[in-house]
Write a protein that binds this ligand. Structure first.
Ligand code: MG
Length: 250
């Protein structure tokens, strides 16, 4: 069921989203060669807990950490580990959610570790821009397919592919709510967007094939061809005045 938030609920949710964004920023500031993804996860958990919030992902479906940290060919759901030490040239997707006063915020960003290749930088730029192309379509009376098609067209015009097996989603009192928000689709199709809806838009973009597989740990999603993948996400509210990005630090 799709939930419509009142103005008061939206303002509570904005706090959860701000904490999520600040935790993500702190994680990004820690990305450098030599740090382990476990250490970054600890920074995220401590930051969120210090705000009196809870990491949304910790224990969700049994996930063992506060952040998903997905390096290079890992698409999403990478499990932080002491043995996963970042090196110069890695691209590091970090996905962070915080639960605060009854609501979740959810956001992700792919950070460069030190100096990265031009190819990797182009992938990051395209993925980030595709998120904003999607957000522009998050208008009342538009449909879910308007978001997905905007993302897909932007990405495919640059010869990248959008992941199909995983999508964005409604977010609010629960981390994952209806509707699902695919990064592909057909303009004018799908669920109609209404003021008060809050959705996580999160393009996952691959350098090569869109196909993915899950590793033996049952979490880590990697590209089938081993090429790079990037991931950017914001929690966005549909308002009468247009889309409002809730996961901003300011
Ligand atoms: Mg999400």
């Amino acid at each position: 069921m799709v939930s419509i938030k009142t103005a008061r609920e939206l303002s509570l949710m904005k706090d959860a989203c701000r904490i999520s964004a600040e935790a993500l920023r702190a994680a990004g500031e820690a990305v450098k060669p030599g740090i382990s993804t476990y250490e970054i996860d600890t920074i995220v958990r401590k930051y969120i807990e210090k705000q009196g919030a809870k990491p949304s992902f910790l224990g969700y479906g049994g996930f063992p950490a506060s952040a998903c940290i997905s390096v290079n060919s890992v698409v999403i759901h990478g499990i932080p580990a002491k043995t996963a030490v970042l090196k110069e040239g890695d691209i590091v997707s970090i996905d962070v959610g915080a639960y605060y006063r009854g609501f979740h915020g959810d956001n992700a960003y792919t950070f460069p570790c030190g100096k990265i290749s031009e190819n990797a930088q182009r992938l990051l730029n395209a993925t980030k821009e595709s998120l904003y192309e999607g957000i522009k379509q998050a208008q009342a009376q538009n449909r879910i397919g308007d978001i997905g098609s905007a993302v897909q067209e932007y990405v495919e015009a640059r010869s990248y592919s959008v992941v199909r097996n995983y999508t964005g989603h409604g977010v609010g009192a629960k981390l994952h709510e209806d509707p699902s928000v695919p990064n592909y689709g057909t303009r004018g199709r799908g669920f109609k967007l209404l003021p008060g809806m809050t959705i996580a838009i999160e393009p996952m973009v691959n350098e090569g094939t869109h196909y993915t597989r899950v590793l033996g740990d049952k979490w880590t999603v990697v590209t089938l061809d081993g090429k790079l993948s990037a991931h950017f996400e914001h929690t966005v509210a549909i308002t009468p005045d247009g889309p409002r990005i809730l996961t901003l630090c300011e």
